[in-house]
Ligand binder design. Structure first.
Ligand code: CP
Length: 300
């Protein structure tokens, strides 16, 4: 694996290897050392978890970090292209992590530089490092990845995390439930790929139809910033709100995941239940990102 751009291109063996590495890093069985390496974080869209957990991951690996948050203060403001910007960064850094609003931006960068590139989210397309930490969280809480019942809830149209996660889960024979309003359903191309792989899935509009059946309830935010028409967002913005009461007959092993940030789709009353796992999930991102960076830089 030279780059990490899309979960479509990551094999089952590679997934398992990354998760094993992350576990060893978390348990301090291995301590990769990147003291001579520099990571460039190029974030052209807002981020809290992804950017800071990448920074923490690289610092725990003893590496250095260069961070760009938006074009402000860089020569992009003077009209420099993304291509020229990254051609410069490859001379200052050993690995690039990029988040961009344009789908395909990370792949474009991977094609014009000669150092590893990690996609930290490209528009509504993919967010592969989120998926790897989601898988790590699922395995940690369920003891396995195979044969689980998993519901994805909310904005399945614009939510890049559920797109990446769907591709990754194709390796693990899940039963998937896609819960969304019709206007925000899982894109057809992903559903076609799931069918081609023989993965069972059902589409529903109500959380209540699935909540007591599943092992993982993967909540997502309605992605306001991706709606071309704000009135369309207003119609669906409060469509799903998970409450503590809704979990009263949930399976004992159920875990509620969310890539975060949440807006109002999980009530704070859920946070103190045994089902909530979204803050631990975000913390797991450090170990998984340490593993990914180490692997791409050939240190493990
Ligand atoms: N999950 C995630 O990508 O969060 P941020 O947007 O805060 O990085």
């Amino acid at each position: 694996m030279k780059h990490l751009i899309s979960m479509r291109e990551v094999s089952k063996d590679e997934i398992i290897k990354i998760l094993q590495l992350a576990r060893k890093i978390e348990n301090r069985e291995i301590t990769p050392n990147l003291s001579n390496k520099v990571m460039a974080l190029l974030f052209f869209e807002p981020s809290t978890r992804t950017r800071f957990s990448f920074e923490t991951a690289m610092k725990r690996l003893n590496g250095e970090v260069l961070t760009l948050t938006g074009a402000e203060g860089t020569s992009i403001e003077k009209g420099e292209s993304l291509k020229d910007t990254v051609k410069m960064m490859e001379r200052y850094a050993d690995i690039i992590v990029i988040r961009h609003r344009l789908e395909g931006a990370a792949r474009f960068v991977s094609e014009v530089v000669n150092i590893p590139v990690i996609n930290a989210g490209d528009g509504a397309n993919q967010h592969p490092t989120q998926t790897l930490l989601d898988l790590y969280s699922i395995e940690k809480t369920q003891g396995r990845l195979d044969n689980l019942k998993i519901a994805m809830v909310g904005d399945l149209r614009y939510g890049r995390t559920v797109h990446s996660l769907s591709y990754a889960l194709m390796h693990f024979n899940p039963m998937l439930f896609f819960v969304s309003p019709k206007t925000l359903s899982m894109p057809d191309n992903i559903k076609i790929d799931l069918k081609d792989k023989g993965i069972n899935f059902e589409e529903r509009e109500r959380i209540e139809d699935v909540i007591n059946k599943v092992d993982i309830l993967y909540m997502t935010r309605i992605q306001r910033e991706r709606f071309p028409d704000p009135t369309e967002y207003e119609l669906v913005k409060n469509i799903y709100v998970l409450t503590k009461e809704m979990l009263k007959d949930a399976k004992d092993n159920l875990k509620v995941l969310h890539p975060l940030p949440r807006v109002n789709e999980i009530e704070e009353s859920v946070d103190s239940t045994k089902f909530a796992y979204y803050f631990e999930q975000a913390e797991n991102g450090i170990f998984v990102r340490q593993a990914i960076i180490s692997m791409l830089l050939g240190e493990v």
